[in-house]
Write a protein that binds this ligand. Structure first.
Ligand code: PLP
Length: 378
C-alpha cells in the first residue's frame, strides 16, 4: 500500500493500514485513489464535511492576513468567535485552547479557583481526555491505572443513578463534570432528571456544573449544545471536536453568572485562540443554522430506524448524528469489515458501533451507508 504506514510514530493508536490524501464532503480518498464514505468524521470532528467551503474560505482568507499574535493582544477572529459562542450559550465568556482535553483541564482549574475546593465528581464510563487532569476524572479505570497516582479527591458515580451521585459527593466537591451523552463510553445518554439532580447537587455543595460537550457540542446532537435538550443551564461547558471543522481548537465557556475564577496568570495556552482556527470556527458557527440542525435530527432518525431493523443490532442509542448501536459481535471487526467495503465507522467500547457522520450528510448518503451496514452485518 503506502510508505506512510511505516513512518516512525509512537504506537499510541491502533492505526488502520490506510493513508488518506484528500477529503470532500462525506468522502475521503486514499493514496490508491479509493473513495470511502466517512461516517466517523475524524471522530466527530469534521462537522460540516471535508473541505466545506465556508470554513475553508474563512481560514484561507485569515491565512493571508495573520497566523498568530499571542494572547498578549486581541485578534478579530478570537473576539468574533467569543461573541458567537456567548450568543449561542446565552451569556458566557470563553477561554480558547487547542483540544478537548485542554478545555477540560481549564474547567478543572477554573472550578478549583472559583470554589476553592479540590474535589471532582465525575461518572463511571466517562471520557474527558488523556492529559493528567482529564485522565484523572475519566471514569475508565483501565485507562487511569498505568498512570496512577493521578489527581486525588476524584469520585465517580453511576450514570443515571441519583443515589450513587449523592453518595459520591463530599463537602470538598468543587466540580461536577458530566458528558450529556457519554461518547467514548458507549454512546450513553444521561436522563434529563439525572442532569437536573446533578445541577441541584452542585448548587447545594457550592460546586460548579461543567458539561463536557467536546463530542456532543456544535450541532452534533441536533441542537447547538446538547444541554439545550435537557432542562439545565451549566456553569461551564467544554467544547472542541466539531468547532474548527478539523482545525485544532478547544474552548471553555463560563456562564456570565458563574463565580469568578481566573485572573491574569492563572491559566493560558500559547496557541489558544489562534486566528486561523477561530476564523474557521466562526464560519462553522454561522453555518449551523436551524435548517442544518433539523437535517441533523432527520438524518439521525433515519439512521437509528435503519440500524434498529438489523438483526445484528440490539439497542440503538444517541441523539442527532451521534449514534451507538449494540452489536451481536465485537465492534472492531464490524469497523474493519465496513472499511473494507468502503464505509468508515467508529466503535465506542467492545460491542458498540458508533456513527458520527458530518452534520451535512445527505439522505442518499445515509441510504448508501445503511446498505453497506446491512451487507456487512448480514
Ligand atoms: N471529552 C470528550 C467527551 C471526548 O469525547 C474527548 C475525545 O474523544 C475529549 C474530551 C478529549 O478531546 P481531545 O482528544 O481533543 O483532547
Amino acid at each position: 500500500m503506502t510508505v506512510a504506514t511505516t513512518a516512525p510514530l509512537l504506537p499510541t493508536y491502533p492505526r488502520a493500514p490506510v493513508t488518506f490524501v484528500r477529503g470532500e464532503g462525506c468522502r475521503l480518498f486514499d493514496d490508491d485513489g479509493r473513495s470511502f464514505l466517512d461516517f466517523g468524521a475524524g471522530i466527530a470532528v469534521v462537522a460540516l464535511g471535508h473541505c466545506h467551503p465556508a470554513p475553508l474560505a474563512a481560514a484561507q482568507a485569515q491565512l493571508e492576513r495573520l497566523w498568530h499574535a499571542s494572547n498578549l493582544y486581541w485578534t478579530v477572529p478570537m473576539a468574533e468567535l467569543a461573541e458567537r459562542l456567548s450568543a449561542r450559550f446565552g451569556g458566557a465568556r470563553a477561554f480558547f485552547c487547542n483540544s478537548g482535553t485542554e478545555a477540560n483541564e481549564a474547567a478543572l482549574k477554573y472550578a478549583r479557583r472559583a470554589t476553592g475546593k479540590p474535589g471532582v465528581l465525575a461518572l463511571h464510563g466517562s471520557f474527558h481526555g488523556r492529559t493528567a487532569g482529564s485522565l484523572s476524572v475519566t471514569g475508565q479505570a483501565e485507562k487511569r491505572a498505568p498512570f496512577e497516582p493521578l489527581l486525588q479527591q476524584v469520585s465517580f458515580a453511576r450514570p443515571n443513578d441519583v443515589d450513587s451521585l449523592r453518595a459520591a459527593a463530599t463537602a470538598d466537591t468543587g466540580l461536577v463534570l458530566l458528558e450529556p451523552i457519554q461518547g467514548e463510553g458507549g454512546v450513553r445518554p444521561l436522563d434529563a432528571a439525572f442532569v437536573d439532580a446533578a445541577a441541584a447537587l452542585a448548587r447545594e455543595l457550592g460546586a460548579l456544573l461543567c458539561l463536557d460537550e467536546v463530542q456532543t457540542g456544535v450541532g452534533r446532537t441536533g441542537s447547538f449544545f446538547a444541554f439545550e435538550q435537557l432542562d439545565v443551564r451549566p456553569d461551564l461547558v467544554s467544547l472542541a471536536k466539531g468547532l474548527g471543522n478539523g482545525l485544532p481548537i478547544g474552548a471553555l465557556l463560563v456562564a456570565d453568572n458563574a463565580p469568578e475564577g481566573f485572573g491574569p496568570g492563572d491559566h493560558g495556552a500559547t496557541f489558544g485562540g489562534n486566528p486561523v482556527a477561530c476564523a474557521a470556527a466562526c464560519a462553522v458557527c454561522d453555518t449551523i443554522d436551524d435548517s442544518l440542525l433539523a437535517s441533523v435530527r432527520a438524518r439521525g432518525a433515519e439512521l437509528r430506524a435503519g440500524l434498529a431493523g438489523l438483526a445484528a443490532v440490539g439497542e440503538v442509542r444517541g441523539a442527532g448524528l451521534l449514534i451507538g448501536a449494540e452489536l451481536d459481535r465485537p465492534a472492531a471487526s464490524a469497523v474493519d469489515a465496513c472499511r473494507g467495503a468502503g464505509l468508515l465507522v467508529l466503535s465506542a467500547g467492545g460491542r458498540v458501533l458508533r456513527l458520527a457522520p458530518p452534520l451535512t450528510v445527505s439522505e442518499h448518503e445515509v441510504e448508501e451507508a445503511m446498505a453497506t451496514l446491512e451487507e456487512v452485518l448480514g
